[in-house]
Write a protein that binds this ligand. Structure first.
Ligand code: FES
Ligand code: FE
Length: 464
């Protein structure tokens, strides 16, 4: 990593993929779903955590649970639907039944007197020991539900650290009301023929690709760069010029394509009623400046380590790259709106999201094609001998005011973020314990290196 090179094996090798499944996904915080998908008791949403299917559920008391979707008897998937509402999950195989918190509540043949069935367990089955496996660490951050299988893992708020500013700008309403958002019903899901890390890396800082990859959508004025397109909310100085985007990279591997927001405005719309809503939201948000005059929240695109990417600010959507194999990934996309948004704003956003993101959207297709062709052209026997280049901005990082974070020296240099991501990735894949992971993250040697470099520069300057 110090040389800014990464072996292609990381993207194609089955053994490395198996290590990711073993050592990374069961120990990192993963996005499972949004609380607004399960508003009522009995609601559930089927999701994945690495190689394991899980159920996000809400029980009668309103509690949220993440359960392994695999029967304790013979492993049958107890729920085969994407989402719904039920009193309990009854396994299709032999009909063991589980409540919404995963407790085993009924077993045919457990007791004498079950119709058409002889007593199988004579009332001796210890049901309290055979509930669905419950994920021990679940955190609902303003409606974003994360889970971690490892009881020893860092608590969620520490894991997120100052990256929470970006989560805030995803989860808070456009006017800054904390957590006042919900997802549109339905999740877009599709498969791509490339490694999951292509997706995470693209969102955590690769704005480098925008001008070339999305040239066609830029040309018609709906691209992510938003060159001169105030419709899309790019950062502008007082003269209305785009000021570019500083990258922000965290020691825990998270990365964002921007610094904290100082001057971001919401777009200007053709439709006056849209401007009415967003101008009001903008005015309210500006009243919520922090002590430094900073608008609260960081803008995306961003990736929370390891595989939750999102757009914060405007628009707002979440994208999770579920690993299927070294060269196949299932991508899920959620789209968010303010809970209080009137119908015409929701409808505008819904159409915008469909046009812009997802496999039928005009921008997402560009990225998918790159990742698929890059995979095809990279996995050959000879191709795999040659590493990828991550040398952009190497050795020119800058200090950040945020905890354990550094900035790129240049608006484009997103590979600062990618290098931090792969370093954290390797620490997980090498199966360092959580104690070791915490110890490493506490002292960010990237910051030490920047301070050393600045001191050397000052000495050289004084001598000159
Ligand atoms: Fe579920 Fe047998 S596998 S009841
Ligand atoms: Fe893109």
């Amino acid at each position: 990593m110090e040389t800014g090179q990464i072996s292609r094996e990381v993207f194609f090798n089955q053994e490395i993929f198996d290590l990711e499944m073993q050592n990374l996904f069961p120990r990192a915080w993963l996005f499972v779903g949004h609380a607004s998908q399960i508003p009522n008791p009995g609601d559930y949403f089927s999701s994945w955590m690495g190689s394991d299917p899980v159920l996000l559920t809400r029980d009668v008391d309103g509690g949220i649970y993440v359960l392994l979707n695999s029967c304790r008897h013979r492993g049958m998937r107890v729920c085969r639907y994407d989402e719904g509402n039920t009193m309990q999950f009854t396994c299709p195989y032999h009909a063991w039944s589980y409540s919404m918190d995963g407790s085993l509540v009924n077993v045919p043949g457990d007791l004498f007197g079950v119709p058409h069935m002889k007593a199988a367990y004579s009332g001796k089955l210890e049901k309290q020991n055979w509930g669905l496996v419950r994920c021990p660490k679940v955190y609902n951050y303003k409606g974003l539900v994360f889970a971690n299988w490892d009881e020893n893992a860092e608590d969620f708020l520490d894991y997120a650290g100052d990256f929470h500013w970006w989560l805030d700008n995803l989860a808070d309403a456009f006017d800054g009301t904390p957590g006042d958002t919900e997802v549109f019903h339905g999740v877009l899901k599709w498969r791509i023929k490339s490694n999951w890390k292509f997706v995470s890396e693209n969102f955590l800082g690769d704005t480098y690709h925008g001008a070339s990859t999305h040239a066609s959508v830029e040309a018609i004025g709906i691209g992510p760069g938003g060159r001169g397109k105030r419709r899309h909310g790019e950062r502008q100085d007082e003269g209305g010029h785009s000021t570019g985007r500083m990258k922000t990279s965290f020691r825990n591997g998270h990365g964002a394509s921007d610094n904290l927001a100082y001057e971001i405005a919401y777009p200007q719309f053709v439709e006056p009623e849209m401007n009415e809503y967003f101008d009001q939201a903008w005015a309210t948000r500006k009243e919520r400046l922090d002590a430094e005059g900073r608008l609260l929240g960081g803008r995306g695109p961003a990736t929370m380590f390891p595989n939750m990417s999102f757009a914060a600010g405007f628009p707002r959507s979440i994208l999770v790259a579920h690993p299927i194999s070294p060269t196949e990934t299932e991508v899920w996309r959620w789209f968010l709106t303010d809970k209080k948004a009137p119908e015409h704003v929701r409808e505008w956003l819904r159409q915008y999201y469909m046009r812009y993101g997802g496999p039928a959207g005009m921008t997402e297709q560009d990225d998918m094609e790159n990742w698929d062709y890059a995979t095809q052209a990279s996995k050959g026997v000879v191709a795999q001998r040659y590493p990828y280049n991550y040398q952009q901005g190497l050795g020119t990082e800058q200090l950040s005011e945020l905890d354990r974070a550094v900035h790129s020296n240049h608006a484009i240099s997103g590979e600062v973020n990618a290098r931090a991501f792969y370093r954290r990735w390797s620490e997980f894949v090498d199966n360092l314990s959580w104690d070791e992971l915490l110890e490493i993250a506490k002292s960010d040697d990237r910051i030490d290196a920047i301070i050393r470099r600045q001191e050397e520069d000052a000495v050289a300057e004084a001598a000159a």
